[in-house]
Design a protein around this ligand. Structure first.
Ligand code: F6R
Length: 620
């Protein structure tokens, strides 16, 4: 969703902001803009559409300066157009701001400001904050302050923040305040990059990569002052704090496309490596268990746990469903998987012995964060399985496990899914070995896990076949995805991938459940994608497949290498390596990712930036 970038230092700020906005494009947006402090005051360039179009505008009307803020907007209040794009001016252009989040009381504030004579140009909630800062600046000046004085400007910002309800990450420029950005956060992430005689501001670390490795994650209720000669951070209630500088792990190659045409394809191909990263240092052959360091609970506390709740959204919810099978199978721990958007408003009974895990790639999903906070508020230990280091959920959690998958830039989640499943497998092994699982069983799982990066590499060999299948089926408008047990979540995930990037209607179902309704959809125009590797209930899934074929439904099967029986029934077979049942989601998800990718390409869709979607969904 919306993205923020800011800079104060010695570089040409317009170029730097534009590059930062390009790097934020993956989050999803519909307009973009920048504000630069120039000799003429604050000058703004903004435009609906892509960052490249904004680049054209800036090339035609250049901005010269060394201090500025930029924004990619994903419309919430008011349609995507030039006027509603950020930055927004406040008052008589004394101030310009960029804002992520939602100001919930914007309507009443707008009425109050209109009564005071402020004229609103946009339909956004953000413009309210801009005028409010200008208003409080005027008030401070009446009390003897000065527009070029930092203390006066900070008082105006703090007086404004006192009146805002909702969430915000703000970047603020004052016309009269030289060489300064003020930033403030409540519920919407901001990270500050520390350079030599320069500071960067951003809503996530991607614009900073390659410029600095030193970062400070702003916490809620903190206000930062960025000047070329220093950084000052104060907590709004407790006063000045010493910034805690952390090291950014990402390198430029992580966010570059390299030889790939799209980030989604690059990320699909990274999976042998990302699964290896998720396993690295976490397999203990001696003890036949997993090494899970960050749970921040003692073995004694962990042994007392008698139930697990996994909460997440979208793809992360699907990996949670795989996790449910694994935790129940390996550790015999009753596990429930809750949509975070539902859990946040439900009030299910949760005992002292329940452990809650929020699963999230971005660590910023508003619903997941809210569900987690609700559980924490009730006093339950709440942990995170998260990819983005320093993200809000990672910081709010009582502990957790990082995926170490590197930045996921394609909007459709791919490598995060397989990394989450890997981490959930490790977690199940860990809990299993604390409970019922034998030493030999633990060792066997470790050996099988070790082989997975290679098996995933081998799985990618199905790419040519998937391309062929996509070529034959891309024009169909309805798909069913069917799988059972561990592979039912894979079917859901395959259907979600197809929907989100190719805009084709697709439904995931447990294969046998199909008889109870969806079979009515089956005809020659409705292909069914079966996830049918060998294992436990393979013959049952075969029967389900026959049922579809009997009704003339085209069948695409994901099956184990060498499976001739499936080939006799299905119209198309995409082969994956034969692995244990519990590891099948790690290989079966990959052809489905590739299928969605190629179908979307053939339909002319923008695979990395599908319509209406955002990479991290930071609004409810
Ligand atoms: C699907 C997708 C979304 C996310 C969901 C949760 O490809 O990307 O469904 O999985 O928005 O996001 P995170 O995992 O960042 O909490």
């Amino acid at each position: 969703m919306c993205g923020i970038v800011g800079y104060v230092g010695f570089r040409n700020v317009a170029d730097l902001l534009l590059e930062g906005l390009h790097r934020l494009e993956y989050r999803g947006y519909d307009s973009a803009g920048i504000a630069v402090l120039t000799e003429q005051g604050i000058e703004v360039r903004k435009r609906a559409g892509r960052v490249a179009e904004l680049g054209g505008l800036i090339a035609a009307q250049p901005l010269i300066g060394h201090v500025g803020i930029g924004h990619t907007r994903w419309a919430t209040h008011g349609e995507p157009n030039d006027i509603n794009s950020h930055p927004h001016f406040g008052g008589n252009q004394q101030v310009a701001i960029v804002h992520n989040g939602v100001i919930e009381n914007f309507d009443s504030l707008r009425k109050q400001l209109q009564q005071l004579g402020y004229v609103f140009r946009s339909q956004t909630d953000t413009e309210v904050a801009a005028h409010l800062i200008a208003h409080h600046l005027d008030e401070q000046i009446k009390l003897g302050g000065s527009a070029d004085d930092l203390t006066t400007c900070l008082k105006a910002v703090n007086a404004t923040l006192d009146r805002l309800k909702g969430t915000y990450g703000l970047g603020i420029l004052f016309t009269e305040l030289p060489e300064t950005i003020i930033a403030a956060r409540s519920g919407s992430p901001l990270v500050i990059g520390v350079g030599r005689d320069e500071y960067f501001l951003a809503s996530d670390a991607s614009p900073l990569i390659g410029y600095t490795k030193e970062v400070v994650y702003l916490s809620d209720h903190e206000v930062a002052v960025l000047r070329a000669d220093g950084l000052q951070i104060e907590h709004r209630h407790t006063g000045n704090i010493r910034p805690s500088i952390q090291t950014l792990q990402q390198v430029s190659a992580d966010i570059e496309l390299g030889d790939y045409e799209h980030y989604m394809l690059k990320e699909i191909y990274e999976q042998p490596q990302t699964v290896e990263n998720a396993l690295r240092g976490r397999l203990d052959m001696e003890e036949a268990t997993a090494v899970i360091g960050g749970l921040n609970l003692t073995p004694k506390e962990l042994r007392k746990i008698d139930r697990i709740v996994l909460t997440a959204c979208g793809t992360s919810w699907h990996s949670g469903l795989v996790g449910e099978h694994l935790l129940e199978e390996f550790a015999r721990l009753p596990t429930e998987v809750e949509y975070a958007s539902e859990l946040r408003y439900r009030n299910p009974p949760i005992s002292d012995r329940t452990l809650i895990f929020a699963i999230t790639q971005s660590g910023e999903t508003a619903d997941t964060l809210a569900a987690m906070k609700e559980c924490k508020r009730k006093g339950h230990p709440t942990l995170a399985i998260c990819n983005v280091v320093g993200s809000t959920i990672a910081r709010e959690a009582d502990g957790g496990i990082y995926l170490h998958a590197g930045p996921e830039i394609g909007v459709a989640s791919t490598k995060a899914f397989t990394s989450q499943v890997t981490v959930l497998t490790l977690l199940s092994l860990y809990f299993g070995r604390m409970r019922h699982m034998s030493f030999p069983a633990g060792r066997r799982i470790i050996r099988q896990l070790r082989d997975m990066p290679e098996k995933i590499q081998k799985t990618l060999e199905c790419h040519d076949k998937v391309r062929e299948v996509a070529d034959r089926y891309y024009h169909f408008n309805n798909f069913l995805y069917l799988g059972r047990l561990h592979n039912f979540p894979v079917a859901l995930e395959g259907a979600l991938k197809l929907k989100e990037i190719s805009y084709i209607h697709a439904e995931g179902y447990p294969a046998a459940e199909m008889k109870h309704g969806p079979i009515a959809l089956v005809d020659q125009q409705t292909p069914s994608v079966f996830v049918i590797p060998r294992g436990g209930i393979y013959p049952k899934v075969m029967s389900n497949m026959e049922e579809i074929k009997a009704r003339k439904g085209p069948v695409i099967a994901i099956a184990c290498e060498g499976d001739r029986d499936v080939a006799r029934v299905a119209d198309e077979v995409i082969y994956v390596p034969d692995v244990e049942d519990y590891l099948q989601p790690l290989v079966c998800a990959i052809p489905l990712q590739l299928l969605a990718y190629h179908v979307a390409l053939l339909r002319g869709c923008n695979v990395d930036r599908p319509r209406n979607l955002a990479k991290s969904v930071t609004v409810e």
